[in-house]
Design a protein around this ligand. Structure first.
Ligand code: NCD
Length: 304
């Protein structure tokens, strides 16, 4: 039985397969509309979500399956003190596959050790978010046609932003990737990612606080929200929350084929005036996320 806890649980060949399936779904959705008939997906969200939960649910419905679950832990037995392990043992009696989001890093890993069905990590604390990375990869593939030879700027909260950690892991396996890490000093990429991924694999990267200076060299600009819920101190959040706000004037020196991404939700990081720029890809990412989650569900359920 396969789980998806970390994006590196999938080989690059498997990521290529998922992209091919997603593209086939886009071309011929009817072919897939009964593939998961009588299968059930449980979405267990111990933390807020709009896109991830609803896109998993939409994905399962579009495959002809059905969905059960909860969207806040206060409406589950967690509120009575039930452990994650017990909740998972129970839900695996009802569902064929589980997508879970939890504020504690490693909770999906614990779940996978007791689950009778595949576990998908839909975000664990400030750690990983592999299915957002699948959405990001399909977006990069459709916009750029390649994963090699890209200069990727990651901007904002690189410390707590789990989507950034998973995306760096995924892109580190392709050739010719350079990262420009743009953040305030307090929100730099954690050492465990810098050391275990970038330095270990000899991947060129630079760290800067200056978005404007970095802009001209970027093929991809991945903006992120400052992760309010992970701060210990509200004053620090207030001081850092508006560190970067992308506005149309800041794109003057950007490449014409820059791809502007954001996992969403955005707060102030990208002004709505940027939404009309043809380089804005963040709402395309949302749709791509649904197709990749469809492909992932098919793979983990071993549906032909
Ligand atoms: C992200 C997350 O939950 O980590 N959202 C998402 O799933 N698209 C990003 C965020 O919350 O900032």
């Amino acid at each position: 039985m396969r789980h998806l806890l970390d994006i590196l649980d999938l080989s690059t060949e498997e990521i290529g397969e998922l992209i091919n399936i997603a593209c086939d779904i886009i071309n011929d959705p009817d072919k897939y509309s009964e593939k998961c008939r009588r299968k059930k997906l449980a979405t267990l969200f111990f933390e807020p979500s709009t896109r991830t939960r609803l896109s998993f649910e939409a994905a399962m419905y579009e495959l002809g399956g059905s969905v059960l679950g909860f969207s806040e832990s206060s409406s589950s037995s967690t509120a009575k003190g039930e452990s994650v392990s017990d909740t998972i043992k129970v839900v695996s009696c009802y569902a064929d596959i589980i997508a879970m989001r939890h504020p504690k890093e490693g909770a999906p890993m614990v779940a996978s050790m007791v689950s009778g069905v595949p576990i998908i990590n839909a975000g664990d604390g400030g750690h990983n978010h592999p299915t957002q990375t699948l959405a990001d990869l399909l977006t990069i593939y459709r916009e750029k046609g390649r994963f090699n030879d890209l200069t990727v700027g990651l901007c904002g909260d690189l410390k707590f932003g789990r989507t950034v950690h998973s995306l760096i892991n995924a892109l580190s396996r392709y050739t010719g990737i350079k990262f420009v890490l743009i953040s305030p000093d307090e929100l730099k990429l954690p050492d465990y990612v810098t050391n275990n991924v970038l330095i270990k694999n000899n991947i060129p990267y630079e760290e800067t606080t200056d978005l404007l200076a970095a802009m001209p060299k970027l093929d991809i600009l991945y903006m992120t929200r400052v992760q309010k819920e992970r701060f210990f101190n509200e004053q620090d959040y207030i001081r850092l929350k508006d560190s970067y706000i992308l506005t149309p004037d800041k794109l003057t020196d950007a490449k014409e084929d820059l791809c502007i991404m954001h996992p969403l939700p955005r707060v102030n990081e990208i002004s709505v005036a940027v939404d009309n720029d043809p380089r804005a890809c963040y709402f395309k990412q949302v749709l791509n996320g649904k197709y990749m989650r469809m492909a992932l569900i098919l793979k983990l359920l071993e549906v032909e």
